[in-house]
Design a protein around this ligand. Structure first.
Ligand code: NAD
Length: 358
């Protein structure tokens, strides 16, 4: 397992260090054969090389089987011109590697049911996987721009476009993932208004005939947004395009309470992936040992599951997270009365102890 880490900025290096600590412990227990390299991205790369995605970082990313990213960005680099900003490094690596599928689980650990803004009885046991198309749709469609009309008024315009092959590729992945979970796919579109999603729905229907063991349903995006906060447990796998997925995955994320708990994966056509916490570089708490490393650790579990197909090691890491929460250990962001507060490293070490069975 040739893994490249890109710790990045702010709390990125802190949470990545704990994720790697846990990965090495899993390696000892399961004999995974892990090799971990490291390269610069974001603000750290700007400081060292003058650009957010240096050529050697991209080359190392191409050569790796999987990438573990921390987070990029921070106020230090906010005044740079857009092309040189840390976030450009992130967008650059995603498109250079052809990472077309973004997987965002929203799982509510029962121990943290009180952290959600929804009532515990609505969210307890929540386990949704949102599969978002990441390289097409309106974010990339042409033509796009701002033009001046004959009457002198300016007009902004974008194009929402999906070809059948793009829809089939993301749809097939969603069906395959559903087979490993609750065998239900909900495809989210706006087929009552947008032709691009009429085609989306047709292709999903065609695909469903290859997966008779998976139940396909369709939902308009406005209803999906409502259902996510009304009765989120009805969903297993949700699949949708780039724009709707961007919005729905953030809404689903917040059902779980803390941004420090949420991992994500972006996959290419061969299953190679970049894994990263959903949160950013959290400059307000960087360097203080306050960061919750669980999102980064759970990103490692996703990596073992989706790129390396090692479900046992992934299950063990996820179980260790459950055990540590059961034991009442919490970082500050998920702290509640009666629990014991630990720092970033303390959480990583507790996870390793749980993995060892200490
Ligand atoms: P953020 O996610 O960094 O922080 C939002 C809030 O959540 C902060 O109060 C922070 O302290 C808290 N938080 C985040 N992660 C946490 C963790 N693991 N443990 C405990 N608390 C945590 O979002 P922001 O403040 O909007 O952005 C800060 C910087 O991060 C910006 O430069 C932004 O561009 C960048 N950013 C990067 C990514 C990425 O690298 N994928 C994503 C989002 C934002």
């Amino acid at each position: 397992m040739n893994i490249l880490t890109l710790p990045g900025d702010g709390i990125g290096p802190e949470v990545t260090a704990e994720a790697v600590r846990v990965l090495r412990e899993a390696d000892r227990r399961f004999g995974l054969g892990v090799q971990v390299g490291e390269a610069l991205i974001g603000g750290a790369a700007i400081d060292a090389h003058g650009k957010p995605l240096p050529d050697e970082t991209l080359a190392a990313a191409r050569a790796a089987d999987a990438i573990l990213l921390g987070a990029v960005g921070g106020p230090r680099w906010d005044n740079l011109e857009r092309a040189l900003r840390p976030e450009k490094g992130l967008l650059g690596i995603r498109s250079a590697l052809g990472l077309f599928a973004n997987l965002r689980p929203a799982i509510l650990y029962p121990q943290l049911a009180d952290a959600s803004t929804l009532k515990p009885e609505v969210v307890a046991g929540l386990d949704i996987l949102i599969v978002r198309e990441l390289t097409g749709g309106i974010y990339f469609g042409e033509p796009r721009g701002i033009r001046t009309l004959d009457n002198g008024e300016r007009q902004g315009f974008n194009t929402d476009v999906y070809s059948e092959s793009e829809i089939r590729r993301i749809g097939r992945l969603a069906f395959e993932l559903a087979r490993k979970r609750g065998r239900r796919v909900c495809s989210v579109d706006k087929a009552n208004v947008l032709e691009v999603t009429v085609l989306w729905r047709e292709v999903m229907e065609q695909l469903a005939t290859d997966y008779p063991d998976v139940e396909l349903s369709h939902m308009y995006v406005d209803n999906a947004a409502m259902q996510l906060v009304r009765a989120p447990r009805q969903f297993d796998v949700m699949v949708t395009g780039n724009l709707f997925g961007d919005i729905l995955s953030d809404a689903a994320a917040m059902l779980t309470g803390s941004i420090g708990m949420l991992p994500s994966a972006s996959l290419d056509a061969s299953g190679k992936g970049m894994y990263e916490p959903v949160h950013g570089s959290a400059p307000d708490i960087a360097g203080q040992g306050k960061a919750n490393p669980l999102a980064a650790v759970l990103s490692v579990a996703m990596m073992l599951r989706y790129t390396f197909g090692h479900a046992r090691a992934a299950d063990a890491i996820e179980a260790a997270v459950g055990q540590v929460l059961d034991a009442g250990l919490r970082t500050g962001d998920i702290m509640t009365p009666g629990c014991r507060q630990v720092d970033t490293r303390g959480m990583g070490e507790a996870l390793c102890a749980a993995l060892r069975g200490d």
